[in-house]
Ligand binder design. Structure first.
Ligand code: FES
Ligand SMILES: [Fe+2]
Length: 448
């Protein structure tokens, strides 16, 4: 299928309601949630293990055996195209002694051989060979397949995974209610993978999401974006665990910006949001944002899919620690686009992303220093921030209550495969030792 994209027009946002104007502001969550590794660890169980996480577009797989490896919060996994043409995800953990089965970031093989003792698996994760185990009593190859992870490939080809192994997991259609229909407004088939890049930031994942979820900061922080879109039309509309961002594109050519502005001089309270009037003849260029209003979606918790006419890109936000986050961008360019067009879009994108990155690094330093605690959010201009922080708060509170009730940690991503009785008993001993604490001195205990 290939529709002429110039004719497509992403839909307009719903109108503001009268009642929206009366919404009160709300405070952000406390800064401690942005600086504590223990909170991140908890978020891993409460949020990330229960959410649908975007990985990539299916067009990146061309043949059976093509695979892509990922690491999300320590979960090592890979996606592979099976011989049957499906895309499946597996933990990158050999069932023998836990060595990673695939060793490259991406590759292609219809037989995945573990390089430790030579066990091998097919594209469906089934154990095909375990050298010297042929006649070992009690060994059942079918009970030793790779651990599969739930996946969903949308009809647009967007591939998601979900690590939740409990029976309470939320199906994709329920988690992202309405998203798949909304994505039909864009013709993903008319775009090819172009390139990826990565930024490594000294900030919490939520520091990035806070900026991502509003454009209140755009007039002050993004001169290029501010020229390409009519910022007064920017609107973030919360939906089902995702938010759609709307803004009208500037149809005419836009001025080429010279970046020599002094931020302390530029940001006047009364001039906020106004574009500078050119006093002399300004050089102009085609709008790098393309010809139509974008289809941009933030997907809770850590992904974004942003479609423009020249290209679309995805963002994967990978928390590494409370104060370090990796941002991965994949860009898919319109079929037939020239190298120059692609470069122009990438430059435009990278400029905006770098501006955001710098905002995050400076903000995080202040979140870390224990002075600031919460701030007041605008009910409409920062509605997206309110929305996603509200989901974070609710999921954390819910899981906290569950663990309190249970009296111990609940990890929804844990594999519930039956263990033998011996392992279960030994595991209880380990849990008991853990409860004693890591510092023997605190227990009034051992001296070596
Ligand atoms: S760990 Fe993979 S074959 Fe032993
Ligand atoms: Fe931004």
């Amino acid at each position: 299928m290939s529709v002429a994209v110039e004719s497509a027009q992403p839909s307009a946002p719903p109108p503001d309601l009268e009642s929206d104007k009366l919404l009160p502001g709300v405070h952000t969550l406390p800064a401690s949630w942005w600086v504590s590794d223990k909170v991140l660890d908890f978020e891993k169980r409460a949020i990330f293990a229960k959410s649908w996480l975007f990985c990539l577009h299916k067009s990146r797989f061309t043949k059976a055996g093509d695979y892509f490896a990922f690491n999300f919060l320590g979960w090592n996994f890979f996606l592979i195209k099976t011989k049957g043409g499906e895309i499946k995800a597996f933990h990158n953990i050999c069932r023998h002694r836990a060595f990673p089965v695939v060793r490259k970031q991406q590759g292609s093989s219809t037989i995945l051989g573990c390089k430790y003792h030579g066990w091998s698996y097919d594209t469906n994760g089934l154990l095909k060979k375990a050298p010297h185990f042929e006649n070992i009593e009690g060994f059942d190859p079918t009970a030793n397949s790779l651990y599969e992870i739930k996946t969903h490939t949308s009809r647009q080809g967007l591939v998601f995974v979900n690590f939740d192994n409990t029976e309470n997991f939320t199906p994709f259609e329920e988690f992202f209610a309405g998203l798949e229909n909304e994505m039909d407004e864009f013709d993903f088939d008319d775009y090819d993978y172009h390139m990826s890049y990565e930024l490594d930031g000294q900030f919490n994942w939520k520091t990035l999401m806070d900026g991502y979820q509003e454009c209140y900061h755009c007039p002050t922080a993004h001169p290029g974006l501010n020229q390409a879109f009519k910022m007064e039309t920017y609107k973030v509309v919360p939906k089902g665990n995702y938010c759609r961002h709307y803004a009208k594109i500037v149809q005419e050519e836009i001025p080429i910006i010279e970046d020599n502005a002094d931020p302390d001089q530029e940001s006047s309270w009364f001039g906020f949001g106004k574009k500078k009037q050119a006093t002399e003849k300004v050089q102009k260029k085609a709008n790098p944002g393309g010809q139509f209003n974008g289809l941009w979606c933030y997907l809770f918790p850590t992904n974004g899919i942003n479609c423009y006419s020249p290209a679309w890109y995805s963002i994967r936000v990978l928390p590494i620690s409370a104060k370090r986050t990796i941002l991965q961008y994949d860009i898919y360019a319109k079929k037939g686009a020239t190298e120059e067009q692609k470069k122009e879009f990438v430059d435009f994108l990278q400029q905006v992303e770098l501006e955001d990155y710098n905002l995050c690094e400076a903000t995080q330093k202040n979140l870390n220093n224990g002075i600031y605690n919460t701030g007041y959010l605008h009910p409409l201009k920062e509605r997206g921030v309110l929305y996603y922080q509200g989901i974070v708060r609710d999921m954390v509170k819910k899981h906290y209550a569950l663990e309190q009730e249970n009296g111990s940690i609940i990890n929804p991503a844990a594999l519930t495969a039956k263990q033998n009785a011996d392992a279960e008993e030994l595991e209880k001993i380990c849990a008991g030792i853990e409860c004693m604490g890591s510092n023997p001195a605190e227990q009034g205990g051992l001296e070596w």
